[in-house]
Design a protein around this ligand. Structure first.
Ligand code: 26Q
Length: 742
């Protein structure tokens, strides 16, 4: 890239009478022009990441940073009287909803940064994840028309479009390439559905409602759409260079399946090899078994996809035949391996009229991985225990990571400068050098405290502007920001905060250090109980913030429309990261890593990657509480009775759901929520009451410890210093070496 030319053109750019969106497009296109071409994929092994979600966030700042021109661009624009922050008006590309989609984006960034050929394939949704508004405390979903700002970072490749065939229609898949910048330029290729109005609905929405048959069929069409387009292209490219013998295919193409969503690609691959290229079924299956790898991201039963055979047959009859063939082949193999009937049934790909996509993935994939040590352990001993017994070599762990370029260099320039000053700049390309921070001096502690103060002030200013809640900068900032789900237990945090509130009011807490609790979360539109929890958080926030007798020491804010850009500000400004899922249910978590790298301590349970975080940063520098996986298992076995854990104190908080303290707008949903915790035989599935008292005490302890400002900052710095392991550069190196051979 000729940087000087880019900077020259930028200097000559006329900004008069142009609005922010025009400028955004012009500058982005200029950068694209100078960025150069996507790296060659020919002749050597490449890896491909197939995912329904890519949660990229804002491209502008990140890409200019990756291209090495962000600081100069800021300066040049400033000279013209333009603050680069105006481009914050350009919203995120939110083609994903949470951890799984953001992980895909971090992986692409790390691979490009390391110079490894990893490319993404997904769907170019017209509308990304909904924009969240809050009306009377309730979540309202608004369409996310992200393309209205233009899409200067994508290139439409008209000449590479493909036809996708369903039984009842043919759809054109048009690729849009987003370059991913780093040491080499990789691509994220997103397919857009074109043709009839019905065809176009396929790439219209991320997660269309699937509570009807029509909705389910649409989701199946989406999964097949991008999978078939991607694999069709990879097969064509291979045939062009190597002909119709597919023996070298696996060596040149490693395909990573991001959860079960693209798993149907396996059947499509075999369909094409057998139908178009006349390979035998067993040859084709054998090649598939050396090509595909599967990552599992959740153990929650409701998230494990299965497809009714009837549905698949209706729109993809040939694919359905292939799925059936694989299922029969698998059954025979299970017999040969000496499985019992019961074991074979557990691993069965087809049963009860349904195809089990996770079982298919495990059977065919060369490698199966979990996303944190504990999660992989649970896959081996629970979810896929039988498969692990008969195919032990397939299973691997790949603990997740986050790109330190976006999540430290970009979002926390102040901390990055302090790290430069303390250990040198080498960490930016070799993150392991971060550990050099470990022997920090008092001078570094002082400077770190100043960095935290600045980042917190920036965050609080932003919150004041966006949410209209002003908070003084001496507050300790606690944050729980993530998808809203019962297992993540935002509800438990609200109860603990209510306990704090009543304790402050009654004077039993002495003089607590002022504390702010930030919540940020979107609920799936159809997930009623999650929406009720959002309403409850907002009710509690209103009450606490308006209570003059306590609001100098306790505040709560629900930030609206939590997204990647908001996250960049929150992780940099927070003191305490709340990661309080029921042990065994959060596969990994990646927000926990972002906070750690920015110097927040973790207050959490022994779950997911929290375990590995405290292993590295020290138990003494974090706050762990609550039941372990083993303890939860015991409770389950012996019959868990939430009532037995309800202290008088906790009772006060929990009963606010039914005693008229708060209004659910007459919907009855607070009572329903209360009943889900206490009323039925099988109540409190996520063990909120089991851990609540522990949680409350832990929060009190954190508030006490925070009074020792230096001591607390030391704990925070220890977290930064030991966060290198959680860079996705490390994760991607492991995938490249142990799975992809690239
Ligand atoms: C399933 C069936 C039907 C429709 C949708 C789905 C579906 C959609 C999205 C199931 C799961 C998801 C997303 C899961 C997810 O984001 N998992 C998170 O992945 C992260 C990256 O590995 C982990 O860090 C988190 O712990 C995990 O929750």
């Amino acid at each position: 890239m000729e940087k000087a030319l880019f900077l020259q053109d930028l200097k000559e750019l006329n900004i008069k009478n142009k609005n922010v969106i025009d400028l955004y497009n012009e500058i982005s296109l200029l950068a694209m022009k100078y960025a150069g071409d996507i790296g060659d994929t020919k002749g050597k092994s490449n890896a491909y990441y197939l995912s329904m979600e890519f949660l990229m966030g804002r491209s502008f700042y990140n890409n200019l940073m990756e291209l090495g021109v962000l600081e100069e661009t800021k300066q040049i624009l400033a000279d013209k009287g333009l603050d680069v922050n105006v481009f914050e008006e350009i919203e995120d590309a939110a083609l994903g909803n949470g951890g799984l989609g953001r992980l895909a984006a971090c992986f692409l960034d790390s691979a490009a940064g390391l110079g490894l050929p990893l490319h993404g394939y997904g769907i170019r949704y017209k509308y990304g994840l909904f924009k969240q508004a809050i009306k009377n405390g309730f979540q309202v979903e608004l369409p996310d028309d992200w393309q209205r700002f233009g899409d200067p970072w994508s290139v439409r490749r008209e000449d590479e479009k493909r036809q996708i065939e369903y039984a009842d229609m043919t759809v054109t898949a048009v690729p849009y390439d987003m370059p991913v910048f780093g040491k080499r330029i990789n691509y994220l290729r997103l397919w857009q559905a074109e043709g009839s109005a019905e065809a176009e609905t396929i790439s219209q929405y991320l997660y269309p409602a699937d509570d009807t048959e029509e909705g389910k069929l649409l989701r199946l069409r989406q999964e097949y759409f991008f999978s078939a387009a991607a694999i069709g292209e990879l097969i064509d490219r291979y045939v062009k260079s190597y002909g119709k013998k597919f023996d070298k295919f696996p060596e040149l193409n490693s395909i990573q399946l991001n959860d079960t969503h693209p798993v149907i690609v396996i059947a499509e691959f075999i369909r094409v090899l057998t139908k178009t290229y006349r390979l035998s079924f067993s040859q084709a299956l054998n090649i598939a078994r050396h090509t595909f790898n599967y990552t599992n991201h959740t153990v929650l039963p409701e998230a494990l996809e299965c497809w009714k055979e009837e549905y698949v047959r209706k729109i993809l009859p040939d694919v359905s035949d292939v799925l059936t063939k694989i299922a029969v082949f698998a059954d025979r193999e299970f017999l040969k391996l000496g499985c019992s009937k019961e074991q074979a049934l557990g691993m069965a790909i087809f049963k009860g009229g349904n195809f089990y996509m996770a079982n298919l993935a495990v059977f065919v994939a060369k490698n199966v991985n979990g996303v944190a040590a504990l999660h992989t352990q649970i896959l081996k001993t629970n979810l896929f225990a039988t498969a692990h017994r008969f195919y032990p070599d397939k299973f691997q762990n790949k603990t997740n990571g986050i790109t330190h370029r976006r999540w430290l260099e970009l979002c926390n320039k102040e901390l990055s400068a302090l790290i430069d000053e303390t250990v040198g700049v080498g960490w930016r390309s070799d993150i392991s050098q971060l550990s050099g921070l470990n022997g920090f001096t008092q001078d570094t502690v002082d400077k770190f405290r100043e960095v935290k103060r600045v980042k917190k002030q920036q965050l609080l200013n932003y919150i004041a502007e966006k949410e209209g809640v002003s908070i003084p900068a001496n507050f300790t900032v606690f944050a729980q920001v993530k998808r809203l789900h019962e297992y993540k237990r935002q509800l438990m945090t609200v109860f603990a905060v209510l306990e704090l509130y009543y304790s402050i009011k009654s004077g039993s807490l002495g003089n607590m250090h002022p504390s702010l609790f930030i919540f940020g979360a979107k609920s799936a539109p159809s997930y009623k109980r999650a929406k009720t929890i959002i309403k409850f958080i907002n009710e509690v926030a209103d009450k606490i913030n308006s209570d003059e007798s306590t609001n100098s020491v306790l505040k709560v804010v629900f930030v609206r429309n939590y997204n990647v850009s908001y996250a960049e500000k929150i992780v940099a400004g927070a003191d305490v990261s709340l990661q309080v899922s029921t042990a065994g249910l959060e596969a990994s978590g990646t927000g926990n890593m972002k906070f750690m790298m920015n110097g927040a301590v973790t207050c959490g349970t022994m779950d997911g990657a929290n375990i590995e975080i405290v292993e590295r940063a020290g138990l003494e520098n974090n706050y762990i509480f609550g039941a372990t996986v083993e303890e939860i298992a015991k409770l389950k076995l012996n019959g868990y009775k939430p009532m037995e854990y309800l202290t008088d104190f906790a009772k006060n908080a929990v009963e606010t759901l039914i005693d008229g303290t708060f209004s659910d707008g007459g919907t009855g949903s607070f009572k329903e929520l209360y009943d889900s915790l206490l009323a039925s035989d099988n109540a409190d599935n996520y063990y909120v009451l089991r851990d609540l008292d522990d949680y409350f005490k832990t929060l009190v302890k954190i508030c006490e410890d925070y009074a020792d400002k230096d001591g607390f900052a030391r704990k925070q710095l220890k977290n930064v210093a030991n966060s290198a392991y959680f860079s996705s550069d490390r994760t991607i190196k492991e995938y490249a070496k142990e799975i992809w051979n690239i």
